[in-house]
Write a protein that binds this ligand. Structure first.
Ligand SMILES: NC(=O)c1ccc[n+]([C@@H]2O[C@H](COP(=O)([O-])OP(=O)(O)OC[C@H]3O[C@@H](n4cnc5c(N)ncnc54)[C@H](O)[C@@H]3O)[C@@H](O)[C@H]2O)c1
Length: 316
């Protein structure tokens, strides 16, 4: 029951067996929503939903969002769609741009068509800070002209354009959230395409040196998963549409991040190794977050230290 209504409100989380989608699913269930997860398990795992697997409000359907008939059926009676499903990696998109395009661009179009046809009230779309590319201006502000540099960034931008086009053409409310480097418990650590924080934790735990691509001066705005989850729910409940940065509003260089993590994990005996910069990686990234604050009250609650502590503890 939400807001005094007798029937629980149904929502759909695409990519709900992934890192961000599973945290979002947990929180939505906690809030009393009925949650349908659609995931093809290409990068996600049902293990991520272990903690809520016996919750009667959860339904899990394993198929691709590109399966339009099944998706339309799953969207029946759904109020909000949280569209997280994607192949979420810059390097992977560089080695295989076609599969990234299929999952991310065709997949988003398929979700929007199903949302339109099923009368869904709002789609919240997981976009990415990568759409800004390597423009030197910091912080990144939503009104800047996007400059996607990798096939992944192009796919995320195309998804945003499709969202805006569905709002303009069919009146379907959509909000794109440009996530800045999300991290937290359960983020995959051991794939070749793992994000930097879980990769560092996993290597440090094994007593191995973390690897930094480039000189380590490149900086990122790291956003704790719980802040991203709240941003999604606030955006869904708000009448505002459009694209918004979701970050912490702070940045740290990768060398500093690494030394902070080594200290927190009591392994200052380890020194990182440096490798050539990776193609497609941007140099600096920092979000201006005031637009999301004004539009739907987004306010990050977790400092990097608090977030890292929770993440490291989870790997213990
Ligand atoms: N993690 C980050 O820092 C970050 C930053 C910016 C944007 N994003 C975006 O957030 C979303 C979630 O990312 P994540 O980090 O949780 O990644 P993840 O790989 O853990 O989750 C993605 C999920 O989508 C599923 N999926 C992929 N293709 C699918 C398809 N065709 N049909 C159904 N399910 C499919 C995967 O199996 C997986 O469970 C992605 O859209 C990603 O582009 C993530």
């Amino acid at each position: 029951m939400i807001n005094g209504q007798s029937e629980p409100v149904k929502v759909l989380v695409t990519g709900g067996a992934g890192f961000i989608g599973s945290h979002l699913t947990e929180e939505l269930l906690d809030m009393g929503y009925r949650v349908c997860v659609v995931d093809d398990l290409s990068t996600g795992s049902l293990d991520n939903l272990k903690q809520v697997s016996s919750n009667p409000g959860l339904e899990v359907r394993c198929f691709s969002v590109n399966d339009r008939d099944l998706l339309l059926k799953a969207c029946k009676g759904v109020r909000y769609i949280f569209h997280q499903a994607a192949i979420p990696s810059v390097p992977r998109s560089i080695s295989d741009p076609l599969s990234t395009n299929h999952a991310n661009v065709n997949g988003t179009l398929s979700v929007l068509v199903a949302a339109r046809d099923a009368g869904v009230k709002k789609v919240v779309y997981a976009s990415s800070s990568s759409v800004y590319g390597d423009t030197p201006t910091l912080p990144k502000v939503e009104e800047m002209v996007p400059n996607p540099l990798s096939p992944y960034a192009v796919s995320k931008m195309a998804g945003e354009h499709y969202c805006a086009a569905f709002t303009a053409s069919y009146g379907l409310a959509t909000t794109s959230l440009r996530y800045f480097n999300v991290y937290g418990p359960r983020q995959a650590a051991d794939s070749a395409y793992a994000a930097v924080i879980p990769k560092f934790i996993s290597l440090i735990k094994k007593g191995k040196p973390p690897q930094i691509f480039g000189d380590g001066c490149q900086s990122r705005d790291f956003t704790f998963i719980k802040d991203v989850v709240r941003a999604n729910i606030l955006a869904a409940q708000s009448p505002e549409t459009g694209a918004y940065n979701i970050g912490s509003g702070m940045r740290i260089s990768l060398s500093e991040l690494c030394s902070q993590m080594l200290k927190m994990m009591d392994r200052t005996d380890i020194t990182p190794v440096y490798a050539s910069p990776r193609p497609g990686d941007v140099l600096h990234s920092l979000a201006e977050i005031s637009l999301a604050k004004i539009a739907f009250g987004y306010n990050p609650l977790y400092s990097l230290e608090q977030g890292l502590k929770a993440t490291i503890e989870d790997y213990e």
